[in-house]
Design a protein. Sequence first.
Length: 265
Amino acid sequence: MPELPEVETVVRQFVPLLVGRRLTRIELLDDKLTLPPAICKTPRRVEAVERLGKQFVLRFGDGAPLLAVHLRMTGRLKWHNQPSAPDTAHLRARFILEHGEMLFYDLRRFGTLVVASSAEELAPKGLDPFDARFTPKWLFEQCQRTSQAVKPFLLRQDRLVGLGNIYCSEILYTARVDPERPCNTLTRAAVARIQRHTIEILERAIEHCGTTFSDFQDSRGEIGSYQAFLAVYGREGEACPSCGAAIRRIVQQQRSTFYCARCQR
Ligand SMILES: [Zn+2]
């Protein structure tokens, strides 16, 4: 499932291809996708491509509505400007420009296209980890309000947006915090480590996605070859890179959590 770093990577890839260019029309190839016909037929200049939570958002000039693509489970966006016809398997929509097209593929068809009059309408309820308001103080205040275990808390999209299951295990391992610790028992220092490593791990993942972008695309939305940079996720029974103890797997709210019981307190 594309997580925040993957969506950010896709946005960065498309900025130079789309910004300042004219989107001439949109063709929908799947009955599950709906857009007002005027949106599909009216040519508009793309003013910006940005990420809002895990949505890929196109902004246009002249006060035209915004268009968001939510990739969900298996959606992906691919650029095509070859003379040959594009691959049509699982192709759901074509965004046609003068110099090529952005193709929306979606194997499982959970992806959506949404039109909104403002970014506020699309904005997720939770805070983006790259928002300047995401500070140790803010996170500590949120943690004080709940006795929920810290791992499922980090996954809550109404608090912090875009942290997926893999990243939550990695963040807590790097911050040396027990995933089962109730949030309101965390010290300020522990919360500050979680905050810092959240940003660091996401930045590293974005950097990594950038260099393995073709793998990411080829894997149809699955995370590509970045297993190598994960310290604990998917490594049950392997030695902790820091202390050598066996990495454990537990299930919290139906999701696997990987951690080192010796390093994470
Ligand atoms: Zn360890």
